[in-house]
Design a protein around this ligand. Structure first.
Ligand SMILES: O=C(CO)[C@H](O)[C@H](O)COP(=O)(O)O
Length: 260
């Protein structure tokens, strides 16, 4: 196994097989480049047998498109404020399963669906498996802000000790990135002393007026699945358990080309 995409696929397949049960009727679908493999697995046997009376809830435009293009029933969180299982990616996960999310600027809807879920599961490749947040993900904590308040929050973050907060700018668009909710994102790098206590940092940032959501998912994930380039999958649970998961079923299915 060589490529990162295979590692993502194995993590996604293992998480779906372990955590999505036939009786689960409302499924939250995250955002990013790993969750397409979650949808891919959900459209394969035996999971596809349960899809006719199942609703899928998106965490943004990309997520909605994944659901629609896969021919799955599209719902929304205002119809289904309680979700059975939400599966989503992460930019980095620490030893306690706290996560940095928002690399794709979807953290507000992602956190709503994570909180609404009975089971919130993270899927990622092994690059996201860290001890302390910030060790691997160097882009900073993504913070969704009301556009008119961005400069005020920017100054607040500097006063907290963030040396170089950055308003996230579009690549093929003049001006800042605008989220699916019409807001801006500030990426803020904090020192390890802050990142060792993500709960405290989350609280301090969230209390800044003008901040709508912070890409720190603290104490939310029940489990995280990391796909490794050697074809193995490591599952970590919030209680500290770590277990190599047999990913052979995923490999067999992928090899049979049972892709959506
Ligand atoms: O939080 C997110 C988007 O806002 C994504 O889930 C996160 O960036 C991980 O993405 P990928 O699976 O592509 O690594």
């Amino acid at each position: 196994m060589a490529v990162i995409s295979d590692a993502k696929r194995l993590a996604a397949y293992a998480a779906v097989d372990e955590h999505v049960k036939p009786q689960h009727k409302v499924i939250g679908i995250g955002s990013g480049s790993t969750v397409p493999y979650v949808v891919e697995r959900l459209c394969q046997p035996p999971h596809n047998n349960s899809n006719s009376d199942r609703w899928y809830i998106p965490t943004g435009f990309q997520s909605k498109e994944l659901i629609v293009k896969a021919g799955l029933n599209l719902g929304d969180v205002d119809q289904f404020p309680t979700i059975d299982v939400t599966i989503d990616g992460a930019d980095e996960v620490d030893d306690e399963l706290n996560a940095i999310k928002g690399g794709g600027a979807c953290q507000l809807r992602e956190k709503v669906l994570a909180e609404a879920a009975t089971h919130f599961i993270i899927v990622a490749d092994s690059r996201k498996d860290s001890k302390i947040l910030g060790h691997a993900w160097k882009q900073g904590v993504p913070i969704e802000v009301a556009p008119f308040a961005w400069a005020k929050v920017f100054v607040n973050l500097q006063k907290m000790g963030c040396e170089n907060p950055a308003l996230r700018m579009g690549k093929m668009k003049a001006g800042p990135v605008v989220t699916d909710n019409g807001n801006f994102v500030i990426d803020a790098v904090f020192s390890e002393s802050y990142m060792r206590d993500p709960a405290e940092l989350l609280h301090r940032i969230k209390m800044l007026t003008g901040v709508l959501e912070v890409g720190l998912f603290v104490g939310m994930a029940e489990a995280a699945y990391f796909g490794y380039p050697d074809g193995t999958v490591l599952a970590r649970w919030q209680d500290g358990r770590r277990q190599k998961v047999d990913a052979s079923k995923g490999l067999e299915i992928a090899a049979q080309g049972k892709k959506v």
